[in-house]
Structure formats: structure tokens, C-alpha cells
Write a protein that binds this ligand. Structure first.
Ligand code: 8YV
Length: 328
């Protein structure tokens, strides 16, 4: 019996490829060449499975051109690169990679908060440029982290991880806003209080965004929201590009309407809005919140397990549209 054919759309661990090759005929992209949509379709049109990252858009056009496709397994917890409704309509299973990156990503969110509040990269650039001639009492004075108010928008697993770090490690007062309120036990564990979005923006010293991207969360933070924040506040986005209006943020940073921002994700990444590259009070990182080798390995393993679980055993681990199970 011939093996199912799958496409691994980006370069991944050779061990992951080897595992997949035990079950599937695998076409890889180990050169990690960026594919156009037409190239993606060309490579996917005769495949039953796809191993994707957040960079490959699986929409109605791709699905229509790939009639044999049964599953797309994302090596990411976020899945806004999938049109899940279109996939469900076509009977194509979507899976993501939750849980395995929660603590690593929460670590990074906190690192970005610290770097932003305490002006780590800005002061390093100053030092590297040979500008450090003398000590002065207010040189790169930043915002207090311990004991301050942390506002978290999006209180899923990663948001909760950041809340715990802030409350238990840094004695921060934690407020959060989410589509639905956490149950009392979880709130107590995170030492977090539920507030409205406006109250959060007005009272937090540090605002961290961990909300999934959708049409409803597009520009959760734009000019009106930035205007509500304290002029001393910092904003951290580890969620997705498009949650923040980058143009409005660059203007707010330039005009010092907020103190600083830390961004790991951008609208239209890997392109970064040029205005963000010129303002000094922003820490910029290239979408690396989950980037440790053990975590990236666990994410790759989970995506591979979903492909093997579904195409070989009929049981995926983390389906996003379980309604299609049994249909194919
Ligand atoms: C991924 C992420 O590395 O999991 C997510 O949703 O944003 C990152 O951890 C990235 O999306 C590549 O798949």
C-alpha cells in the first residue's frame, strides 16, 4: 500500500522529517525558500497532509486547488493563517500546537516587558555607539516593574502564565480583560482581577497583549486606546501583528503619548513599519516568543503527531474543527 503524501512547508528539525518519513511520502522545503501562493498550491495539490507554520495561508483558493488534502497541522498555537470555516466546509482537518509553548512564551512576554520598561536595548545601543561618557542620575531611567499594575488583554494559557510571573514573582497587581471571565479558582491562582478594557488601559502601568487574532480583535489597540493609556505606560505585543495598529503606535511612541513598547509581532511581518524602526523607545524582536530549541521541538513533534495520529490512526491530538472527524 502506498504511503500518504505530505508536504512540510518550511524547514524543520531533521529528526521531525525522519519521523514523518517513516509514515509518509514527504516533500520538504529544507532550503526554507519562501513560496508564493501559486507555488504552495503546486506543491500541495497532490498531497493528503500539510505540515504548516503560521506563514502559510490555507484559504478557500488553496483548498479548491488541493482536492486530496485531508489535514493541515500547524506548528503554532495561533492559527489565523487557516480559514477554519473553509477547511471545515471542505472536510479538511485543522490542528494547532497548544500547551507545549505556554511557559516558554510567557517567559518571553515577561522578558519583553522587562526590556521595554527598563530600556535595555535602547541603552545598549547607546553604549555600543560609544556615547557613554559619564554616569548621570537619570540616564535611561525606566518604569518600575515590581509593585506596578500589570494589565493583560487575552487571558488564555499564556496570559495566565504572564499573570503568575507578575503577581508571584514581582508583586504586581494584575488586572485582565478577556472575552470571558476566568473561574474564581483560576483568578485566585493568577491573583488577577477581571476589569473592562477601558479600565485596564487607564490603570495599567504595563499592558501585555496575548489575544488571538481574528477580525474581531483587529486593531484591539489603535489611536483611541493608546490615548487612554498612561503617558508612563508600556505596551507589549506577543500576540499577532494586526492586534495593534502599528502606524498609530509609532506615532504614540514618537510623541511620547506612551513611554515605550515591546513588539515581537507586526502587521505584515516580516516587514516592519519603517516608523517603528526609527523611534528609539521600542524593543523589536522577530517573532521569537516560542523560540527555544526544546519548545520548538515539542511544537514540531505535536504537529507531526497530529499528522501521524490522523492520517495513520484516525485520531489527531489537538483538532480545531473536530466536526470534520468521521467525515473523511
Ligand atoms: C510560532 C506563534 O513560532 O505558536 C504561535 O502561534 O506565534 C509562534 O510560536 C510561529 O507562529 C511559527 O509557526
Amino acid at each position: 500500500m502506498s504511503k500518504p503524501r505530505i508536504l512540510v512547508a518550511r524547514s524543520v528539525f531533521p529528526e521531525t522529517i525522519a519521523r514523518l518519513q517513516a509514515h509518509f511520502d514527504v516533500e520538504t522545503n529544507q532550503d526554507d525558500r519562501g513560496w508564493s501562493k501559486a507555488e504552495l498550491i503546486d506543491k500541495l495539490k497532490d498531497k493528503q497532509g500539510a505540515f504548516t507554520t503560521g506563514s502559510e495561508r490555507i484559504d478557500a483558493e488553496v483548498l479548491a486547488a488541493c482536492p486530496e488534502l485531508k489535514i493541515c497541522a500547524n506548528m503554532a498555537v495561533g492559527y489565523n493563517n487557516f480559514d477554519v470555516d473553509a477547511m471545515t466546509a471542505k472536510g479538511v482537518l485543522a490542528t494547532n500546537a497548544p500547551d507545549v509553548l505556554t511557559e516558554t512564551t510567557a517567559d518571553f512576554g515577561f522578558a519583553l516587558l522587562m526590556a521595554t520598561a527598563r530600556r535595555i536595548t535602547e541603552s545598549e545601543h547607546f553604549l555600543r555607539a560609544g556615547k557613554w561618557q559619564k554616569w548621570s542620575y537619570d540616564m535611561f531611567a525606566g518604569a518600575e516593574v515590581h509593585g506596578s499594575t500589570l494589565g493583560i488583554i487575552g487571558m488564555g494559557r499564556i496570559g495566565q502564565g504572564i499573570a503568575k510571573r507578575g503577581a508571584h514573582g514581582f508583586g504586581m497587581k494584575v488586572v485582565y480583560h478577556n472575552r470571558s471571565r476566568l473561574d474564581a479558582a483560576l483568578e485566585a491562582e493568577c491573583k488577577a482581577a477581571y476589569v473592562g478594557k477601558e479600565e485596564l488601559l487607564k490603570t495599567a502601568d504595563h499592558v501585555v497583549l496575548v489575544v488571538p487574532y481574528s477580525a474581531a480583535s483587529h486593531h484591539t489597540i489603535g489611536a483611541p486606546e493608546l490615548a487612554m493609556m498612561k503617558p508612563t505606560a508600556t505596551l507589549v505585543n506577543i500576540a499577532r501583528g494586526g492586534i495593534v495598529d502599528d502606524v498609530a503606535l509609532a506615532a504614540a511612541l514618537r510623541d511620547k503619548r506612551i513611554a515605550a513598547a515591546g513588539l515581537d509581532v507586526f502587521e505584515g511581518e516580516p516587514k516592519v513599519h519603517p516608523d517603528l524602526l526609527t523611534v528609539p523607545n521600542v524593543v523589536l524582536t522577530p517573532h521569537i516568543a516560542s523560540a527555544t530549541i526544546p519548545t520548538r521541538r515539542a511544537m514540531a513533534d505535536l504537529a507531526a503527531d497530529n499528522l501521524i495520529g490522523f492520517l495513520v490512526h484516525g485520531k489527531p491530538l489537538t483538532p480545531l474543527n473536530p466536526a470534520v472527524l468521521g467525515g473523511k
